[in-house]
Design a binder for this molecule. Structure first.
Ligand code: 0O2
Length: 212
């Protein structure tokens, strides 16, 4: 094993240690619980399901290493802690476009969490066509300080696209080489149109309900 390989192996070992991962697991759990409560309250208030799915994952040591190499960060545990925003990742799937922004406002008002960054790939999709709103939040964990959590918020239709594209294209890198790029972008645009149409339809149905 050469020196570089040794450094990568040591990084992977440290990133996989249970003591290192514990606060990130707790941060995911706490965020999921918070979102679960928000969902119960707002679903009641709105008279319909606000959030349709909440899931979380801890980034694998291998995925951390790949991202660090891609971003040309030094391969150290401390750098990963400082620079990687998504070791703890929570995904929220909503039914409607406006629910994404409603949820961001609710999170902003939460006294316990601090939003440090927002990336709106719904208003400005990525070159791939990827749409989602990302919130990087600091979550306090008892006795362990604050941990960063990346909360990805998107509609069911956006999630469908992202999951398929992630599986077949994104992780393979360099989409330009792929013959599917154009069709995927077209699908992403069609999905945005459907999301807007479904929102208008819901608003019309809500108005009709009130008038009944
Ligand atoms: P994985 O396997 O999902 O974990 P930052 O340091 O936060 O400014 P970062 O983390 O590169 O920069 O942010 P970005 O581009 O917002 O991407 C964060 C995550 O969003 C990615 O994590 C993916 O989960 C998702 N994502 C971003 N772009 C795409 C895309 O084109 N297609 C799909 N399907 N998902 C995307 P990872 O670590 O890259 O991957």
């Amino acid at each position: 094993m050469d020196a570089l390989e040794g450094m990568y192996q040591s990084f992977l070992r440290q990133m996989g240690e249970p003591a290192f991962l514990e606060p990130y697991r707790k941060a995911c759990r706490k965020t999921e619980e918070k979102l679960g409560k928000i969902n119960v309250d707002y679903s009641k208030q709105l008279g319909r399901a606000f959030i349709s799915q909440i899931t979380s994952r801890i980034k694998t040591p291998e995925s951390c290493l790949n991202k660090m190499l891609k971003k040309k960060y030094s391969i150290e545990k401390e750098t990963a802690q400082e620079r990687l925003n998504d070791i703890s990742g929570v995904r929220v799937v909503c039914n409607f476009l406006d629910d994404i922004y409603k949820l961001v406002e609710i999170l902003k008002e939460d006294d316990e969490i601090e939003i440090v960054k927002t990336k709106d790939y719904v208003k400005k999709p990525k070159a791939s066509g990827y749409q989602s709103l990302h919130v990087i939040a600091l979550i306090p964990i008892e006795g362990m300080g604050k941990k960063k959590v990346e909360i990805q918020i998107r509609t069911q239709a956006m999630n469908f696209w992202a999951v398929v594209e992630h599986h077949f294209v994104y992780k393979k890198g360099n989409y330009e080489k792929y013959e599917f790029e154009k069709d995927l972008k077209e699908c992403a645009k069609a999905i945005y149109k459907i999301d807007k149409k479904m929102l208008l339809l819901r608003e019309r149905m809500e108005t009709a309900q009130v008038m009944e």
